[in-house]
Design a protein around this ligand. Sequence first.
Ligand SMILES: Nc1ncnc2c1ncn2[C@@H]1O[C@H](COP(=O)(O)OP(=O)(O)OP(=O)(O)O)[C@@H](O)[C@H]1O
Ligand SMILES: O=C(O)[C@@H](CO)OP(=O)(O)O
Length: 309
Amino acid sequence: MDLQNDIVVRGKSYEMPFSKGVLARSLTAAGLKPSIAYRIAWDIYEMLKKENVKVIDKTDLRRRVYYYLISKNYDEVAKKYLLWRMVLGRRPIVILIGGASGVGTSTIAFEIASRLGISSVIGTDSIREVMRKVISRELIPTLYESSYTAWRVLRDDEENKYIKGFERHSEAVLTGVEGVIDRCLVEGQSVILEGTHLVPTLLKDKYLENAHVIFIVLTIYNEKLHKMRFYARGRVSSRPTERYLKHFKIIRLINDYMVETAKKRGIPVVENIKISETVEKCLNIITERLKTMIELEGLSEEDMLEEEA
Ligand SMILES: Nc1ncnc2c1ncn2[C@@H]1O[C@H](COP(=O)(O)OP(=O)(O)OP(=O)(O)O)[C@@H](O)[C@H]1O
Ligand SMILES: O=C(O)[C@@H](CO)OP(=O)(O)O
């Protein structure tokens, strides 16, 4: 690669060669189709080349992209683009994708992460493994079970035992989850957390009220479709389909519980049928929340264009 002839993009603390792919991805996150996003990234690259620009500041590049989009009548995309660049560059966001086992939380979390360029995705299953290393089975036996088998180790045969077991199981994992959220907010790092342990009833109010924390619950309303996802997964992973089918009734109860409690707490619920549509819906929810966050800061579009990238 001839770096001599490349355009350099200068950020606050680093420089990198102009990448049409990176620019196209941020335009896709703002709602453009990938083919159009790539075309526009290419146009902007050509424009800079023609003007013989060798180094461009990130703030200038952002401004140029914004006005270019407006000139092509992509006003809504321009606004979204600006919002996303502002937020992801300077403000931490924590996205929580909850849902019963098999509804697709990890698939959707990774898709959203790649669209937004968030490099950190953490599954609550991994946090559960860490918690198992520090908390003994004797102390919290439910932690050593799965979300759908935790009821088996409850002390008493309680009423509503499947959900009680699920909540006890998730409670300990959530302590770890909250630690990760706190750390990310303090460090200014964006992260996506996903998994079945993100239970609407258990997450503390202070997180739900935080403008930087965005919680979405996924579901599949159709039982048959949900079941099919376990067959699909079984073909490509070592997680045995039979195990999930055996406990399917309880997994469905957990699914219903997540949806019902999410609605009660004002957490958006998205049905995951087609991946691209689910991602689109989630991105729209996230964008709306970011708008509120920026409004709370009292920033106008002009301020956003001027803010150092
Ligand atoms: N919208 C979708 N369309 C088709 N298949 C999907 C969709 N979303 C997810 N899948 C597939 O369904 C299966 C289950 O999804 P995934 O593993 O993401 O579930 P999960 O909610 O993370 O489950 P767990 O909590 O048990 O880890 C996977 O094989 C995945 O590729
Ligand atoms: O507890 C659960 O529902 C699932 C979540 O991924 O984990 P496992 O089946 O591996 O215990």
